[in-house]
Ligand binder design. Structure first.
Ligand code: NAP
Length: 253
């Protein structure tokens, strides 16, 4: 995708990867609209990045998504990039009782959220000469972390949905990209400086470089071994990975 001259709407832009991408696009000469629930952070971003616009949005709320999309399409007729980034990563126990409320919130946020946001913008995007939907999945779409089983499953679902979206939109002006990050040091779980996590700045820099020529996926170097795992022989890698994490726990988990 071209990296300047776009009007970019990004969900979950109040922190971490979303904020990093929003600021990177802003610096490269794009109009950027950041969404999130935490108004204080939205205000801080607008203050620190003159020109970035913000909108309060809970992507777990279907009616709010439709209302915000209609409002933004009217205010920004040239809006041509939608980045589905917002997400949560609660821990769970696939071998024990289910926290039903948490499970529903997770699916609403990580799966139905991006699906609803895409649907709310897609007809508008098709009318743009060049448009893009970018879905943020995870390497855990390819190698599930057993301690976040449903999170990993929502990300596998987003990967699958992205493949379908890309196919059905291939004769339109809308390209569909997937970013599959490795572990990046953000507050998603607990920002800790753990050396196994990729520093946010390095992740954003490599991602922006890859975005320029990407036609399908953005997989930074550090994420490649996990992305490449999927296939008939994936089981041993998945077991090894989960045993390693069990033996070397993630801080804050
Ligand atoms: N960090 C990693 O290791 C990693 C790896 C792979 C994939 N990812 C994916 O990257 C994305 C961003 O995560 P991050 O690491 O940057 O974590 P983060 O700093 O916690 O950011 C998550 C963002 O999602 C927003 N969000 C959460 N629930 C929301 C809701 N109901 N409505 C609207 N916004 C909501 C949060 O904003 P508010 O709280 O203000 O609403 C926040 O801006 C997620 O989809 C995550 O799954 C992260």
């Amino acid at each position: 995708m071209k990296l300047s001259g776009n009007t970019v709407f990004i969900t979950g832009g109040t922190s971490g990867i979303g904020r990093g991408l929003a600021e990177a696009f802003h610096k490269r000469g794009n109009r950027v609209i950041v969404a999130g629930r935490r108004q204080a952070l939205l205000d801080e971003i607008a203050r620190q990045n003159p020109g970035i616009d913000t909108v309060e949005l809970d992507i777990g709320d279907a009616a709010q998504i439709r209302a915000v999309a209609a409002q933004l399409i009217e205010r920004y007729p040239a809006l041509n990039v939608v980045i589905n980034n917002a997400g949560i990563m609660p821990f769970d126990d696939a071998g024990g009782p289910l926290d039903d409320e948490q499970a529903v919130r997770l699916v609403d946020t990580n799966l139905l959220g991006p699906v609803r946001v895409s649907a709310a913008f897609v007809e508008h995007l098709k009318r743009q000469p060049e448009a893009c939907i970018v879905n943020n999945s995870s390497v855990l779409a390819y190698v599930p972390l057993a301690a976040t089983a449903l999170y990993s499953a929502t990300k596998a679902a987003i990967h699958s949905y992205t493949l379908s979206q890309r196919f059905v939109l291939h004769n339109t002006s809308v390209r569909v990209l997937e970013i599959a990050p490795p572990w990046v040091d953000t507050d998603l779980v607990h920002k800790s400086g753990d050396p196994r996590a990729m520093p946010l700045d390095a992740f954003i820099a490599e991602t922006m470089t890859l975005l320029e020529s990407a036609t399908t996926e953005i997989v930074v170097e550090a994420a490649k071994p996990m992305r490449d795992n999927a296939g008939p022989n994936e089981h041993a890698f998945v077991d090894q990975f989960n045993q390693f994490v069990a033996d070397n726990p993630i801080p804050g988990a």
